[in-house]
Design a binder for this molecule. Structure first.
Ligand SMILES: Cc1cc2nc3c(=O)[nH]c(=O)nc-3n(C[C@H](O)[C@H](O)[C@H](O)COP(=O)(O)OP(=O)(O)OC[C@H]3O[C@@H](n4cnc5c(N)ncnc54)[C@H](O)[C@@H]3O)c2cc1C
Length: 412
């Protein structure tokens, strides 16, 4: 009988297996992976560079990057956060570097550095890897140990960790065991928008505030994000949009990805203060053309598009702008409403919102509150984050705490 069976050889599964073996050498630990080596997402992550974590060392601040899991992760981040992850990889000869926006990557700039580190540790610590070994069903024996039915064998283990990511079959299996599973919906996606204001402007980027506008009851869940906005061939992307897609993952799915957003292209101005500023322009630049003369931090082609959309023709001078045109321009600059009609994945990067309901998991050791001896780590939990290394951080943190919990429980 295994001491610990870890189902799923992804980031969370490997990390937990390694941490358990480091804590107590000599334990019989195996990773059961439905593929061959596992670690597929680690390999392609961060465009092949693996954005391992984020340099956000204050647990409270770090937890605000998790639309799902913010409260639950606060305690765990105090025990094992980015500082511990950085130290772990450093000790293993894989130093990390910080980029200007806080994202952290291996100095080697390659996800292979992480994979090689995990494979080397798995081998040197004597952790078995059962490949092509998909878990099909599981049952708890009367002595509290577990029987795992896999595609090719039956395995017994004293403790089991499920780290299968967002695998729908495992979601159904857990649901039939009695665990509450929050249905899976995509998070981190870009918006499809077909609008004359954006046509031909693909590639332009500008800081903005983006507000979600939902009809009826859902309007109460109105969300606001800030950050760079990137105009694409199909609509909008960039940090402001990705954040909105993550925070709004569930309400947007309910709206069938058919909703409106309101953009403030000049975040330093409100709908009221922009009018005052436009009046200043009118006086100061009276003889100049609105189309080509403006003082705002806005790409010129976008400015001209918004001017045209406000019903102002190319040759109008600031002195001749009417009150209505001025109001229309102010609205386009700070409250432009655009209709979103669908979504696309972001550079093939996506995470899934949904999974094991957090109220049924103890965040001291990531143990199921329903089944002693059953643990969870990584994306199988109803936890997900915005981009920036936060998703892996939650896999490392939950993997670490689950490993400590399982080893401690074996000792009892
Ligand atoms: C393209 C892409 C790029 C990304 N880049 C980043 C990034 O740079 N930084 C970041 O923080 N996050 C990134 N993410 C998100 C991050 O990859 C995930 O949050 C993370 O991999 C989750 O780890 P996990 O171990 O929980 O699940 P997974 O990585 O999904 O691993 C689950 C493992 O379980 C196995 N498995 C599933 N079902 C079974 C079964 N029944 N039996 C046995 N094994 C099973 C799977 O084969 C897989 O190996 C990226 C995601 C994608 C898709």
């Amino acid at each position: 009988m295994l001491d610990i069976a870890i189902v799923g050889g992804g980031a969370a599964g490997y990390f937990a297996a390694i941490q358990a073996a480091l804590k107590q050498p000599g334990l019989q630990i195996a990773i059961l992976e439905r593929g061959t080596l596992g670690l597929d997402k680690v390999r392609v992550s961060g465009g092949g560079r693996c954005n391992v974590t984020h340099h956000a060392l204050d647990p409270k601040h770090l937890s605000t990057h998790y639309p799902r899991g913010e409260k639950a992760l606060l305690g765990p981040f105090h025990h094992y956060g980015p500082a511990e992850v950085i130290a772990f990889f450093e000790q293993q000869g894989v130093p990390l570097k910080i980029e200007s926006d806080g994202r952290m990557f291996p100095v080697a700039n390659s996800s292979e550095a992480i994979i090689n580190c995990f494979v080397r540790l798995r081998e040197s610590l004597g952790i078995s890897l059962f490949d092509k070994c998909a878990l099909k069903a599981l049952a708890q024996n009367s002595d509290g140990s577990w029987l795992l039915h896999t595609a090719n064998q039956e395995i017994s283990a004293k403790k089991i960790l499920l780290a299968t990511g967002s695998n729908s079959k495992i979601f159904s299996m857990l649901s039939s065991l009695g665990h509450e599973m929050v249905p899976a919906v995509p998070s981190l996606f870009t918006f499809h928008i077909s609008d004359p204001r954006l046509e031909g402007l693909a590639g332009l980027s500008t800081p903005a505030l983006v507000r979600l506008r939902l009809p009826g009851e859902a309007a109460k869940k109105s969300l606001l994000t800030s950050g760079a906005l990137l105009i694409t061939h199909w609509g909008l992307s960039g940090p402001a949009i990705l954040k909105l897609s993550a925070w709004g993952a569930r309400v947007l799915a309910e709206a069938h990805y058919d909703f409106n957003i309101e953009i403030n292209f000049l975040p330093q101005y409100s709908p009221t203060s922009i009018l005052e500023q436009l009046f200043v322009h009118k006086k100061k630049q009276a003889k100049k053309k609105i189309y080509s003369s403006y003082d705002f931090e806005l790409p010129k082609r976008l400015w001209q598009r918004l001017v045209a959309f406000s019903g102002i023709s190319e040759d109008v001078e600031w002195a001749n702008i009417t009150k209505d045109q001025l109001a229309a321009l102010g609205k386009q600059l700070t409250q432009a409403s655009l209709a979103v009609t669908g979504k696309s994945t972001f550079k093939e990067e996506f995470v899934t919102a949904g999974g094991v309901s957090l109220k049924e998991v103890s965040f001291k050791d990531l143990q199921s509150k329903l089944f002693p001896g059953l643990y969870f780590a990584g994306e199988i939990l109803n936890i997900d984050a915005i981009t920036g290394g936060f998703n892996f951080q939650s896999a490392w943190t939950t993997g670490f705490l689950a490993a400590q919990g399982m080893v401690n429980a074996l000792d009892k």
